[in-house]
Design a protein around this ligand. Structure first.
Ligand SMILES: Cc1cc2nc3c(=O)[nH]c(=O)nc-3n(C[C@H](O)[C@H](O)[C@H](O)COP(=O)(O)O)c2cc1C
Length: 240
C-alpha cells in the first residue's frame, strides 16, 4: 500500500472475523512497531499479546467483570456499595478511566463520535440495553483473535505515554498495511487481574490500554468514519 493509503485506511475496526492471524505476520507487525522513536530511546513499554485460547479466556474473564459491574451499577445505593466491594469486580486497572464528562469541546466530540457509531449500528439513543451490549463487546475484543495489552514504566512519567502512543500507532499502521484491522481500546485498561492471571507482567509496569487485532469482517460498522478536526482546529494561530 502507498503510505498515504495506509494512513487513510487505518480506522477503528469493531467487527473481526474469526480467522486466526498467522504467527509470522503477527511477529512482523510487532517487529515493525519496534522501529518507533522513543524518548532517549528508552522504549519504556511492554506488550502482552494474547492469541488463541489465552485471548478467549481473558476475554471471558473481562466480560464477566463488565457484566457483573453493570448489574451492580443498577442496584440501589447502599446495596451498590456493598456489592461493589464484595464482588471482586471493582476496577483494578492502573489508571482510572474518565467515567464522567470530558471537559468542554472534548465531551462534544465524544458524544458526536458515539452517536455516529450507534447510528451505524442501528442503536437508538435511549436504548441503554443495546448500548451496554455494544460496550460489552469491547471486552471480547469485538471477536478479534488477538488482544494486545500495553504497559508502560511509570518512572518515565509522561514520556512513556507519548512513546507508547507512537509505538501503538506504528503497530496499527503496520497491521493496516498487511490487510489487518485494529482497534485501540481504553476499555481494556479497566481491569488488570485477568491479564496478570495469564501473563507474567513485571509489577512495576502499568497497564494503559489494549489493542484488538485481526482480519476485519465485512460489516457496516467497520465503514464508520468519524470526523477529524479541521486544520484550523489543529493549528494554533499566530498572535495578531
Ligand atoms: C487511547 C485510545 C483508546 C480507545 N478506546 C476505545 C475503546 O475502549 N473502545 C472503542 O470502541 N474504541 C476505542 N478507541 C477508538 C476511538 O474511538 C477511535 O480512534 C476514534 O473514534 C477515531 O476513529 P478512527 O480510529 O476510526 O479514526 C480508542 C482509541 C484510542 C486512541
Amino acid at each position: 500500500m502507498e503510505f498515504t493509503d495506509v494512513l487513510k485506511n487505518r480506522r477503528s475496526i469493531r467487527a473481526f472475523s474469526d480467522r486466526a492471524v498467522e504467527q509470522e505476520l503477527l511477529d512482523e507487525i510487532l517487529a515493525e512497531a519496534l522501529e518507533s522513536p522513543s524518548s532517549s530511546n528508552t522504549q519504556p513499554y511492554k506488550l502482552a499479546v494474547a492469541t488463541g485460547q489465552e485471548c478467549k479466556d481473558i476475554g471471558q474473564k473481562l466480560l464477566f467483570k463488565y457484566n457483573r459491574a453493570n448489574e451492580i451499577q443498577k442496584k440501589p445505593l447502599p446495596l451498590k456499595v456493598v456489592s461493589a466491594v464484595t464482588s471482586g469486580v471493582l476496577p483494578d486497572g492502573d489508571y482510572k478511566p474518565i467515567m464522567g464528562k470530558y471537559p468542554g469541546i472534548f465531551q462534544e466530540r465524544r458524544v458526536q463520535t458515539g452517536m455516529g457509531l450507534y447510528k451505524v449500528l442501528g442503536i437508538e439513543r435511549h436504548d441503554k440495553a443495546a448500548r451496554d451490549e455494544q460496550m460489552a463487546r469491547n471486552f471480547t475484543f469485538f471477536d478479534a483473535p488477538v488482544a494486545i495489552f500495553a504497559f508502560i514504566h511509570p518512572g518515565m512519567t509522561y514520556t512513556a505515554l507519548v512513546d507508547l502512543g507512537i509505538m501503538l500507532q506504528s503497530l496499527m499502521l503496520s497491521a493496516t498495511n498487511k490487510g489487518l484491522g485494529t482497534c485501540a481500546q481504553g476499555a481494556l485498561g479497566i481491569w488488570r487481574s485477568p491479564i496478570d492471571e495469564h501473563f507474567d507482567v513485571p509489577k512495576d509496569y502499568k497497564l494503559v490500554c489494549g489493542v484488538a487485532l485481526g482480519y476485519p469482517e465485512d460489516a457496516e460498522v467497520n465503514g464508520y468514519r468519524p470526523d477529524k478536526v479541521s486544520l484550523d482546529d489543529l493549528l494554533v494561530p499566530l498572535k495578531a
